[in-house]
Design a binder for this molecule. Structure first.
Ligand SMILES: Nc1ncnc2c1ncn2[C@@H]1O[C@H](COP(=O)(O)OP(=O)(O)OP(=O)(O)O)[C@@H](O)[C@H]1O
Length: 954
């Protein structure tokens, strides 16, 4: 499928993107071919089907009827084998190869209803190869601490020989292109993924668009081939990796549509689909036999879209694993035999597992790394600029007026410069965070690498609830005849899932917690991919642009708010807490928590300095004004200015005082926080999650804003269209009137018997203007009028066609906008549920906190709020015993944090409410728009229909 972003592939031959294959070419290996039997279905058993083929040991499939007919493969899986076992043998090595830069392709092949989709996608009880591979890829990143990764996905289907983008409904009928590196799909959308749940959610969304339909054999049969591609870029960690090669690879996970025998389907669409499916699978078979023939000169890759896209994999670049799914049923014996022969041929294809390397600096991961580095430098410079400030030059004592003027100007300039710099700094920080989040790194501190020659055993990660939610509950529940779908084998994975579920609940980290804080040398730590950065990605409008990082990422306002002004500095502090808490949880060697606090305190001090400078400037201005006021005491303007400056000085002083209070408070709060973390580490997790949720909410709100803008645009377009329609109506009306008057005059002429010819053919005159030699008036002007009318009719027809096209476009865009709005709605709902959950947890933690305190009879009987009130009132009592002081202080700090969190919760709730309102507003807007469009269509339709019947028809 798609290989590279255009910006990467544009480079051309002068700067080759790939260093190519390794200098030491990897030894040749064969395609891994496995066969998976599915159990007999209850229907097959009811119909008295017998077993025609069976697994004879681990590697042989044998015919029941004729035991001398047998085929050997790398592995044969009996009906009771679980998909996880299949994954371990048939897919794991391909996935781990892809993470190391070796291309990989895994595909399921078999007749309809043999279990391809069950194997590739699976369901919640038995996740398929695709979810397992995605999960494994992220586990590998987690266990490769010395490398940074960038993962992108694309998802397409080939339906009736047309390539459609499943991640972008607008991406239909895409073209397959070729370049020196192979074939790729032009304009396909790629999304950078940040967690398994994120990737699975994209697959689930893509599946919604896939073509499925019921056949005689499968109620939900796949009617298209799908290719899910995971593109992996990785480079060594750290900032000293400039010039080092980046490994690049693609993992293609393919669920083919099933080949069908002629008895499978009889009518219309299904038959057409079936013939396309069979043709492409036949081409696949031919390609494979020619590839293994040895003598073949021409391989017909171009005969089908499927083989064109698989060309580079099948011609040996990277690992290939073919999983052939078969049913043992005797009624399918012949088809099974064909599948087995196909698998046997494929076994002979040779491939080479060489590592791809990109030497070009323009690999996407490199591009991000360089940009992060550059932004950090800019930020450093900006910070220094803010601290240094702009010195105001002494203009000399003899020119005091000029000096004063300059001072005033300098003051204004300084202020606006400071504001600008603060804004720029916030924007830079946000951008660094945004870019850093896209690059995935392990949270492990250990330096063992999977890229080392002998990687240790890997821990198997089980699916969390949020990840399972993106898999179908039970795929294809209904089989024909309404029979139960339970096949005669233990339900795969069920036991395991039940067993695991308790463990999963305990360990559950959720979508957002796959990657925690990331440390970077020589700079402030930056949050990595702990947040599902969906908004920025799905906003990407241009196909093949993997990130929409420039679009709608609302972190700037949040950070800039936090940097401007006194009240907002509380916000800044709360952000600091979130990050601080998260980092502390991981207990890494660098004391990130204290560094965060130092950063924060530094910032407060910087603000203090700025404010002091401003106060000094204002004071000098005030002094000058006082002198002037002394000279002209009745000048009201000066008095007012003095008052204004005075107020400003007071305001600034007030801010300074509050900042001075905040600095020690921040330090002690930090201490309190650290103590609290010792007691309740999960509390920090909660804070972090709250932080993440609020961030998500902001993203959603930004999304809503975009949708709202789109809606407004559409509404304006609708209004314009309406105006145009009204205008057209007017024109039509005029034309009709002209025509009526023309008919009248003709009739009058007829009656007067002026022209006998006209008498007989008056009607024809209307539509066919004729020239009568020697005859001039009064017929000439009439025919001119008729000509004009005809001209108008033509023009109107053209306008009608244009309007119809525009209307169609408008309808498509509205559908898309509606989709976006409903997606935002679903997300919001999920978020509000999360927040409710968090609040419950919070309540629980608060009561735990209460129990941690040394119990007094009074506290033991009161609830959380009672406890807080008690402790607040205690603050006004005389100080308790000296040895209780430390505990008391600590309690105070904890309470402050608790209160702060409650405020944050309330704030979150408020934001959810706001978002909900916005959503409701959007929905009503959308509904209005639909009504408008419908009305428009209706009125336009009526008018034009009338028009057609009346004039064009006649
Ligand atoms: N190994 C298996 N164990 C249990 N059930 C299975 C297995 N393989 C397939 N099934 C069940 O058999 C039915 C058909 O499987 P599936 O839809 O995966 O077939 P398919 O080959 O993808 O069909 P199509 O080509 O028509 O899409 C489903 O109900 C599925 O749950």
């Amino acid at each position: 499928s798609s290989r590279l972003t255009p910006e990467l592939s544009l480079d051309g031959p002068a700067s080759p993107l790939f260093a190519g294959l390794d200098e030491d070419p990897a030894p040749k290996e064969n395609v891994t071919v496995t066969v998976r039997f599915r159990p007999l279905s209850p229907r097959e058993i009811r119909q008295g089907e017998e077993v025609a083929w069976y697994a004879d040991g681990d590697t042989v499939v044998r015919s029941e009827q004729n035991p001398s007919v047998a085929y050997a493969y790398d592995r044969v899986f009996a009906p009771t084998t679980t998909t996880r076992q299949v994954y371990d043998v048939a897919a794991q090595h391909v996935v781990s190869g892809a993470m190391e830069g070796v291309n990989g392709t895994i595909f399921a092949y078999g007749v309809t209803s043999s279990g391809k989709t069950h194997t590739m996608h699976g369901d919640q009880r038995s996740p398929g190869i695709i979810p397992l591979a995605v999960k494994d890829a992220f586990s590998i990143i987690q266990e490769t601490p010395n490398r940074e990764f960038l993962l992108r996905v694309s998802y397409l289907e080939i339906y009736n020989e047309v390539v459609n983008d499943l991640l972008n409904p607008a991406g239909q009928n895409l073209r397959i292109r070729e370049d020196p590196q192979g074939t790729f799909v032009e304009g396909i959308k790629e999304e950078v993924v940040l967690s398994p749940a994120h990737a699975l959610s994209l697959i689930a969304a893509g599946e919604e668009h896939r073509h499925v339909g019921s056949t005689n054999f499968n109620l939900l049969s796949s009617r298209s081939h799908t290719i899910f591609t995971l593109t992996v870029e990785s480079s060594p960690c750290g900032e000293s990796n400039e010039g080092e090669a980046v490994t690049f690879s693609q993992l293609n996970l393919i669920d083919l549509a099933g080949s069908e025998s002629s008895r499978a389907e009889t009518t219309g669409v299904r038959r057409k689909e079936g013939s396309y499916i069979n043709k492409s699978l036949l081409t696949l078979g031919t390609v494979i036999s020619k590839l293994t023939d040895g003598k073949a000169t021409h391989i017909p890759f171009r005969d089908s879209k499927l083989t064109r896209l698989l060309q580079s994999s099948l011609s040996g670049q990277g690992r290939v694993s073919l999983i052939c799914t078969v049913t043992p049923a005797s009624s399918n014996s012949e088809e099974t035999h064909n599948t087995l022969k196909f698998a046997h041929r494929a076994k002979r294809i040779e491939v080479q597992a060489s590592q791809n390397k990109i030497i070009d600096e323009k690999s996407l991961i490199k591009k991000y790394q360089n940009e992060i580095r550059r932004l950090k430098e800019e930020l450093e410079q900006l910070k220094m600029g803010i601290i240094t400030g702009t010195p105001v030059k002494d203009a000399g004592e003899d020119n005091i007026i000029l000096w004063k003027q300059k001072l005033e100007d300098g003051n204004v300039k300084l202020q606006s410069r400071l504001e600008q710099e603060e804004e720029a700094k916030a924007a830079l920080l946000a951008r660094i965070q945004r870019l850093t989040k896209l690059i995935l790194v392990s949270t492990k501190a250990t330096q063992t690498s999977r890229f080392s020659p002998h990687p240790g055993p890997r821990r198997r990660h089980s699916f969390g609830e949020e990840e399972l939610a993106y898999l179908p509950y039970k795929r294809r529940d209904i089989v024909l005849d309404n029979e139960s779908n339970e096949l005669l084998s233990p339900v795969e994975g069920l036991g395991m899932t039940l067993e695991d579920s308790k463990e999963e609940k305990k360990n559950r980290k959720g979508i957002l917690n796959w990657f925690k804080l990331r440390k970077r040398e020589g700079g402030a730590s930056i949050l990595t991919s702990s947040e599902g950065d969906k908004s920025s990605l799905t906003k990407s409008t241009a196909p093949s642009t993997p990130i929409g990082e420039s679009v709608n990422f609302p972190s700037e306002p949040r950070i800039s708010n936090s940097l401007v002004g006194e009240s907002a500095s509380v916000d800044l502090f709360s952000i600091g807490h979130g990050e601080f808490a998260t980092d502390s949880l991981h207990g890494e060697e660098t004391p990130l928590a204290s560094r965060k606090t130092i950063d924060h305190v530094d910032l407060l001090r910087e603000q203090l300095k700025i404010l002091s400078g401003e106060v000094a400037l204002h004071t000098s201005v005030l002094k000058r004004l006082t002198e002037e006021a002394g000279r002209s005491p009745n000048n009201e303007k000066i008095q007012m200015e003095m008052k204004k400056v005075n107020d400003e000085i007071k305001g600034k002083k007030h801010q300074i005082a509050s900042l001075e209070r905040q600095i020690p408070h921040s330090i002690s709060n930090n201490q309190g926080m650290a103590d609290k973390l010792e007691l309740t580490p999960s509390y920090a997790e909660l804070l972090e999650q709250l932080n993440e949720k609020s961030f998500d909410l902001e993203v959603k709100a930004a999304d809503n804003r975009v949708i709202q803008d789109q809606l407004n645009e559409k509404t304006t377009e609708c209004m314009e269209l309406q105006e145009e329609v009204a205008h057209l109506k007017e024109q039509l009306y005029q034309t009709l009137q002209a025509k009526d008057s023309l008919s009248n005059s003709i009739m009058m002429q007829k009656n007067a018997g002026i022209n006998h010819e006209t008498d007989n053919h008056a009607d024809q005159e209307l539509s066919v203007p004729r020239e009568v030699p020697g005859e001039t008036s009064p017929k000439e002007p009439q025919s001119v009028e008729i000509d004009e009318l005809k001209q108008k009719v033509c023009e109107l027809i053209e306008v009608k066609a244009q309007l119809e096209t525009r209307n169609q476009k408008l309808l498509e865009e509205s559908t898309y906008a509606k989709g976006l709005a409903s997606a935002a709605g679903v997300e919001l709902k999920a978020l509000s549920e999360e927040v409710t959950k968090l609040m419950n947890q919070n309540e629980k933690l608060a009561s735990e906190l209460a129990s941690v305190r040394s119990p007094t009879p009074r506290r033991a009987n009161s609830g959380l709020r009672g406890t807080r009130r008690d402790s607040i009132s205690r603050r006004h009592e005389p100080a308790p015993r000296r040895d209780n002081n430390a505990g008391y202080e600590r309690e105070k700090a904890l309470e402050a944090v608790l209160m702060e969190k409650e405020q944050k919760e309330a704030e979150l709730q408020r934001r959810i409410e706001e978002s909900k309102q916005k959503e409701a507003f959007l929905e009503s807007e959308l509904a209005n728009m639909w009504v408008l469009v419908a009305k428009l269509k209706k009125s336009q339709g009526h008018d034009l229909e009338d028009f057609d019947t009346k004039y064009i028809g006649s």
